[in-house]
Design a binder for this molecule. Structure first.
Ligand code: C2O
Ligand code: CU
Length: 461
């Protein structure tokens, strides 16, 4: 195990990271999917049908897109909404033009239009896909689904269950509350916090798993802004993967999941008949799910351990390119003035005239806002300072980065993530090799923050 000191000691000259996408080869298996975005009614509660959800293939969450490492995912997408949209494949080290960012990597897909997404997946793990136009509206209406890439490690599991959680804001009639979509309060504070947390679209779902087997649970947080928190009836939960990257397994009683983040657990079901999980970010559990161990299943009676895959190495390198990112803004913050579209404005006029509240380095961002240009092959260190009173779930497109996470007490080694929650006042370093050319968005995954300025891109040339 490497210590904090080793991590901060940038010396040797190699860096091990995730594989690059390259051109699609003729021997790669193509996984074909069709996704259609449309307006779909949904029953959250027997008391009322919600008829203003926007879903993929009429289901919430959208269908699981599944592939094996080194396959090609091909999605024929049709937009049956009344608004333009795109799809982003969160956590995939993608080909830039398939990354789904409007105005930056593609034109928005207009109502009635279709678009073909096609890209190789080089790394097994838990990912997800979601709309990327006006995400604060389109994701909160339900435009997302899980994306799972497997390899031979996954063949050893007897059950593999996606636990995709979302925090909806419903009004008294069980409709998505649209009146509050552009609430200045939400945009300048913690974002849109909901009142109806679901797991795979339900409040208290149940799943059946095999006796004496191994179960992989893949947690995904699709909330606009709520940091979810999971506990269980187990005597410790074994974390085996974070943001789609395997880690040296470790045990936690409880874990947090910021918007956009994922965590995979390994559960062995030898002596238990039920296992309960609770979402505990509120005062009482907002949602929960149960695993019922099927005592009659004869499918697997083995007890040996699973061989987990090897873990990504810690980077050692020289001459990093250091980019400083000073995050400011929000309510009770210290952002007096910032530039928006070339004009310097005070905080009040940014808020009132432009609905902007957040800035990186005194610049209010948007999709087309360039934060930096770097050369391919450089090691980048984003030195980030969250100089605001709010937490931010910072997401970098197209790359995983090493971060010295402060969230797990026992984890001294840096972990690979694509989304990292920064606490108020926290300073952090995101370290990655810029080996994938293109324009890669960097933004807060608290979607109201991104919409009101906490966004920009880093171009790799
Ligand atoms: Cu999951 Cu830019 O997004
Ligand atoms: Cu934020």
């Amino acid at each position: 195990m490497l210590s904090r000191r080793d991590f901060l000691n940038f010396s040797a000259a190699t860096i091990a990271l995730t594989s690059l996408p390259n051109q699609i080869q003729s021997n790669q298996l193509i996984r074909n999917y069709k996704l259609t975005a449309g307006i779909t009614p949904h029953l959250f509660d027997k008391k009322g049908v919600s008829d203003n959800l926007w879903l993929y293939n009429k289901q919430t969450p959208g269908p699981i897109i599944e592939a094996k490492e080194n396959d090609v995912i091909r999605v024929e997408f049709v937009n049956n909404l009344y608004e333009a949209t795109t799809i982003h494949w969160h956590g995939i080290k993608n080909i830039n033009k398939m990354d789904g960012v409007p105005y930056l990597t593609q034109d928005p897909i207009q109502p009635g239009e279709s678009f073909l997404y096609e890209f190789p997946v080089k790394n097994a793990g838990t990912f997800w896909y979601h709309a990327h136009v006006e995400t604060w509206k389109q994701i909160s209406k339900g435009l997302y689904g899980p994306l799972v890439v497997k390899n031979q490690v996954d063949d050893q599991f007897d059950n593999d269950i996606v636990i995709l959680a979302d925090d909806w804001r419903l009004n008294k009639k069980y409709q998505i509350d649209e009146k509050s979509f552009e609430s200045l309060h939400d945009w300048s504070h913690a974002g849109r916090i909901g009142n109806w947390v679901t797991i795979n679209g339900k409040k208290f779902p149940k799943y059946s798993i095999n006796k004496n087997g191994h179960t992989r649970l893949r947690f995904i947080n699709a909330s606009n802004a709520r940091i979810l928190s999971f506990g269980s009836s187990l005597d410790g939960m074994k974390i085996i993967s974070i943001d789609g990257m395997s880690v040296e397994p470790f045990i936690e009683d409880k874990f947090n999941l910021g918007p956009g983040q994922r965590i995979d657990l390994l559960i062995k079901t030898y002596d238990l008949s039920t296992i309960d999980f609770f979402e505990v970010s509120g005062k009482k559990p907002l949602s929960a799910f149960k695993l019922n161990v099927d005592q009659t299943s004869k499918k697997n009676i083995r007890k040996e351990d699973i061989n987990l895959q090897s873990f990504k190495k810690i980077p050692h390198y020289k001459n990093p390119n250091i980019l400083k990112i000073h995050m400011q803004g929000g309510a009770m913050g210290n952002l007096a003035k910032a530039y928006f579209e070339g004009t310097e404005k005070n905080f009040r006029s940014l808020a009132m005239e432009d609905k902007k509240f957040w800035a990186f380095n005194k610049l209010v961002g948007k999709y087309e806002h360039e934060l930096a240009k770097v050369k391919k092959g450089q090691v980048i260190i984003l030195e980030i300072w969250n100089d605001s009173r709010w937490s931010h779930s910072m997401h970098l497109h197209g790359n995983h980065f090493y971060v010295q996470s402060k969230e797990f007490e026992n984890l001294e080694t840096p972990i690979l993530r694509d989304t990292y929650v920064m606490q108020p006042g926290e300073k952090s370093k995101f370290i990655y090799l810029a080996d994938n050319p293109g324009k890669w968005l960097f933004h807060c995954h608290m979607l109201e923050h991104a919409a009101s300025g906490m966004i920009g891109y880093i171009e790799v040339l």
